[in-house]
Design a protein around this ligand. Structure first.
Ligand SMILES: Nc1ncnc2c1ncn2[C@@H]1O[C@H](COP(=O)(O)OP(=O)(O)OP(=O)(O)O)[C@@H](O)[C@H]1O
Ligand SMILES: [Mg+2]
Length: 489
């Protein structure tokens, strides 16, 4: 018998945190592990009361039944009484999970309620998630087809799948249960969430980015937003295949990276900026030294010579924070060939632009904006955050001379991400920065299935940057900028 089972007889410490009090029905997870709804079935297994629940499939039906919740609650209580969670936490997670699962199976065997194998395994799985993981979120975290998880309330969880937001029937038992899961997430990264610090950014073990916000700031109860970390980052081929951009556009932007143009990737939330930045950075030669600066490390560069820096939030006493600006300044002393800032948000924009203007060409960054022009306006606002008194014209000149290309992405209503504009900054006209589109996506409308109809087009203008490209030996065909046969629908 294993250590864990031996220890089962021992009492848990009285101050042991209880993840979810097991006395009420807690949450249900569709048997498929995902949140899809099947056709409701009226059959109640083993003569149990049939439910008219809206979750589909036999497994789902069982998972929402009072019997299931009752058994699970009872076993959960027994587990919490008997397990030493602190000791468990020190074990190899896979082994510990296996042992708890074996334990639950043994306890189940002693139950009077007749359960079939599938039902037993559902109880085992949910209890293991409750003890070790993030409870109801676990199946969503494991499902690779889900990119975002948005918990609006304890009983309302949305996911993003294939670029679209859809509701699930995943539920937490109550606000307290949800708060316990949040607490688990934030305490794992040495932070806390409470009245005095009701907003927290954190990262899960697998790299997923998490934001949690609780009352009084969140009016309807605790809230979590999770951007899942994708191990299989989208490659240039993937983006061509799913028509994020065309071959001609790709060829140009990759050449721009090689020729050390300074590139700003802009777009709305979740429009694919980080993904695009990752893909673009593949074109940086392996001989160059790259320094990356991020709030939450998401970039996955494959080059050998990379230094990754991440900001640090303040500690529990509110001290020790290290922001992006400090990291950008520090990075300049690290002899970088390229600086990549995951997302510019504030005063670091000034230092980044100054670096671009003083020999650190080839820098890449993303910025949250709804249009390429907005991106430039936002950069100006960020420069002002640095607290220096810049005249407007001086500020614009700084932007215009630092940034060479603005690549703007959109997430369209059909769930697809597209590069809607690749624009070059060509200088200033009076007080206005002049930009010209080299490529753009022209949207014509929606087809009957709700898909966006449109086409990528070259503007026909040969970019001024073509000369800079030539100077490093990249001679792009003239037709690239005039002819876009590879344009999509
Ligand atoms: N071109 C694309 N095609 C298909 N899926 C994509 C594409 N770009 C991004 N995605 C997916 O969309 C989600 C959001 O992508 P990403 O994190 O790159 O967006 P973002 O604009 O950086 O978001 P945020 O504003 O939150 O930082 C991810 O799950 C990613 O895998
Ligand atoms: Mg991003």
């Amino acid at each position: 018998m294993t250590d864990l089972m031996d220890r089962f007889a021992r009492k848990a410490r009285p101050d042991e945190p209880e993840l979810a009090s097991p006395d009420e029905p807690s949450w249900n997870v569709p048997g498929s592990g995902a949140a899809d709804r099947g056709a409701p079935s009226s059959r109640g297994p083993g003569g149990r009361t049939p439910r008219s629940s809206d979750s589909g499939g036999d497994g789902d039906e069982f998972a929402t039944s009072p019997e299931f919740q009752e058994i699970k609650g009872r076993l959960h209580r027994k587990l919490l009484e008997g397990l030493n969670l602190a000791l468990l936490g020190q074990r190899n997670r896979d082994e510990a999970e296996e042992e708890v699962a074996a334990l639950v199976r043994r306890l189940l065997a002693q139950e009077n309620t007749p359960l079939n194998l599938g039902e037993r395994e559902q109880v085992v799985e949910q209890l293991v998630h409750e003890i070790f993981g993030l409870g109801p979120l676990e199946p969503l975290l494991k499902d690779p087809s889900i990119s975002d998880i948005l918990v609006n309330r304890h009983d309302q969880v949305y996911i993003e799948r294939d670029g679209k937001l859809v509701p699930t029937d995943i539920k937490f038992k109550n606000d307290r249960h949800l708060l316990q899961v949040i607490d688990r997430i934030v305490s794992a990264v040495g932070r806390r969430i409470d009245d005095s610090s009701p907003m927290v950014d954190a990262r899960l073990e697998d790299g997923s980015r998490v934001n949690a916000i609780i009352p009084p700031l969140a009016l309807d109860g605790p809230h979590i937003s999770i951007r899942k970390f994708r191990q299989d980052i989208l490659s240039a081929e993937d983006l061509l295949r799913n028509e994020t951009l065309t071959e001609a556009m790709l060829e140009f932007v990759q050449a721009a990276v090689k020729a050390r143009l300074n590139i700003l990737i802009s777009g709305g939330t979740g429009s694919g900026k980080t993904t695009f930045l990752n893909m673009l950075s593949e074109s940086i030669p392996h001989t160059e030294r790259i320094v990356t600066i991020e709030d939450s490390a998401e970039l996955q560069l494959r080059q050998p010579h990379v230094v990754r820096l991440e900001t640090r939030p303040p500690n529990i006493e509110g001290e020790g924070a290290v922001g992006q600006r400090q990291l950008v300044i520090n990075s300049l002393r690290m002899r970088p060939d390229r600086i990549i800032v995951g997302e510019v948000r504030g005063a670091e924009a000034l230092d980044m632009l100054q670096a671009m203007n003083t020999g650190h060409d080839g820098s890449l960054t993303t910025l949250h904006a709804n249009a390429p022009r907005d991106a430039l306006a936002r950069l100006e606002t960020m420069i002002q955050m640095a607290g220096l008194s810049f005249g407007e014209a001086a500020m614009r000149r700084q932007v215009a001379s630092a940034i060479d290309l603005v690549i703007h992405l959109s997430r369209h209503s059909d769930g697809r991400r597209r590069v809607v504009s690749v624009a070059e900054i060509v200088g200033m006209e009076g007080e206005v920065i002049t930009m010209q589109d080299i490529f753009r996506f022209e949207r014509r409308g929606l087809d009957p299935e709700g898909r966006v109809v449109g086409a990528f087009r070259a503007s026909g203008i040969r970019p001024r940057a073509a000369e800079q490209l030539q100077s490093v030996g990249i001679d792009l065909e003239e037709t690239l900028f005039t002819d876009l046969r590879s344009g999509s629908r």
